[in-house]
Design a binder for this molecule. Sequence first.
Ligand code: R5P
Length: 299
Amino acid sequence: MPETTIFYTTKAQDIAQSLSQSLGVESFEIYINQFPDSEWYVRVPEEAPDTDVIFVHRLFPNQNDSLLQMFFILSEFSARGQRVVLVVPYFPYAKMHKKVMSGEVVTARSITQWLSRTVEKIVTLDCHFIKREGAVDMWGAHFFNLSAAETLLNIARDRSEDPCVVSPDEGARYLARGTTEHYTLKKVRGEYKYGGAGFQRYARTEGRLDVEGRDVYVLDDMISTGGTMAKAVSLAREAGANSVVAMATHGLFVRGADKKIIESGADEIIVTNSIISPYSKVDISPLIASYFSEMKEKD
Ligand code: R5P
């Protein structure tokens, strides 16, 4: 790997510092402030060496502001002619990756296409529109999609002799690959609501769970409003599970999602620190660090 410097925003300081230590690479914080009229002020230290860049940023919460900050920072690296690998543990707008109604803007593609012109590679985790681990080219951008699934599943294996894994919908099935006992539930979509916010509602979750007396781990890529997870948790409870743990890579916890999941019968919620929350019990920094270490060895 050519000489590299890490740059980070304050909200990604923990990951950047851990990466800096593991890779033995210097790191620099990017200063961000707001003008009185709410526009962003950004300063990317110029005393840092003129090398390739690993830029670490969190894009949630406040994804719209965080994206704009990212845009300004990446524009500065471009102006300086520096090559950038972007590390964003959670990729926002990922659920808007296809048109459902005509005229809808595929915002996941818009962001990706813009990034494809600005960065060499995007390193992210369990990205909703990729759904597999490894190197993937999409909409002109080179992604490396890491997965926290194995780390989460190892928690289940450590805690229970015979854990039973449930995917709350078909899209999440890939996360549970390699597990011995595994059920996939089916999300049945309801009517598409188009109002102040356009979104697709689902009516119900279907599927039979033969989990009486078992320790159940429901594993998804993300918990947003908690509806998907809560439905799977209550089905496991109704089927007589001994314990139910709600697990996901990304915990957005929108609109009281955590309360909803606990009330549906979960004993515990476990997510990673891709987004920081009280339920972030898995640190993703080692996953990111080992990706870069492997890249370094290959060069
Ligand atoms: C959907 O396909 C995703 O994998 C998640 O299941 C979904 O985004 C979770 O959203 P919510 O928590 O709002 O049900």
